[in-house]
Design a protein around this ligand. Structure first.
Ligand code: SAH
Length: 211
């Protein structure tokens, strides 16, 4: 099967699992996921599972990428992503027409993701190396924040960098399993909505784990 055909099959599975946002479906149908994984994993690039990207990290499962992209519920504006990893989630958000600021703590991953995104023409994504526990003040406020590493609690800095009415989607729980949560920054304070169970690699630092 060609990559295009495999991607079409992947998207059919996402739709069956409940992804309905046209903008997300279009983006997931376009971004070449095989460009974000090692050549040895090419045959698994479009299966609905997370894959290793080196340094003990993973590219998220397509369904979770689609669910998080759908949950922020915007089709324009600026998004902060915490945990660039391979850059795949950033590319999906950029393909949805969003401007993306992404923060990654591993310099090697930040550099390779930036290089890959540039090569693929995703000019609307900016990758920086830093600690996402603090968000990224310089490009704030954001219309949405996506945390793509497991947290123990709501990261205060990134929450404060959301505009009023903006939303944050993050996996919250313990090291082994988390719940995907959508937090809306309402004028009266945060509201929470639970989106289902998930399993992410750990956020390192204050709102995650020290190691
Ligand atoms: N969104 C990625 C997958 C993220 S995996 C993709 O689409 O491929 C989680 C990433 O979070 C890892 O790359 C890890 O290095 C990064 N990470 C962990 N703790 C972090 C922190 N404190 N700040 C920024 N990035 C962090």
């Amino acid at each position: 099967m060609t990559a295009d055909a495999e991607r079409r099959t992947m998207v059919e599975v996402l739709v069956e699992r409940g992804i309905h946002d046209e903008c997300v479906i279009r983006a997931m149908s376009t971004v070449p996921r095989h460009e974000f994984v090692d050549h040895r994993l090419q045959t698994s690039a479009y299966s609905d599972e997370p894959l290793p990207i080196g340094l003990g990290q993973t590219i998220s499962q397509p369904f979770i990428v689609a669910l998080m992209s759908q949950a922020i519920g915007i089709s324009g504006g600026r998004v902060l992503e915490i945990g660039t990893g391979s850059g795949y989630q950033s590319a999906v958000l950029a393909e949805m027409g969003l401007t993306v600021q992404s923060v990654e703590s591993h310099r090697e991953l930040a550099e390779s993701a930036e290089h890959r995104l540039r090569k693929l023409g995703y000019a609307g994504v900016s990758v920086v190396c830093g600690d996402g526990n603090d968000g990224w003040e310089r490009a704030a406020p954001y219309d949405a924040v996506l945390v793509t590493a497991a947290t123990r609690e709501i990261p205060r800095g990134p929450y404060a960098q959301l505009r009023i009415g903006g939303s944050m989607v993050l996996p919250m729980g313990d090291e082994d399993s988390q719940e995907l949560v959508k937090i809306v920054r309402a004028a009266s304070g945060p509201t929470e909505e639970y989106l289902g169970a998930c399993r992410f690699v750990k956020l390192i630092g204050r709102h995650g784990w020290m190691k």
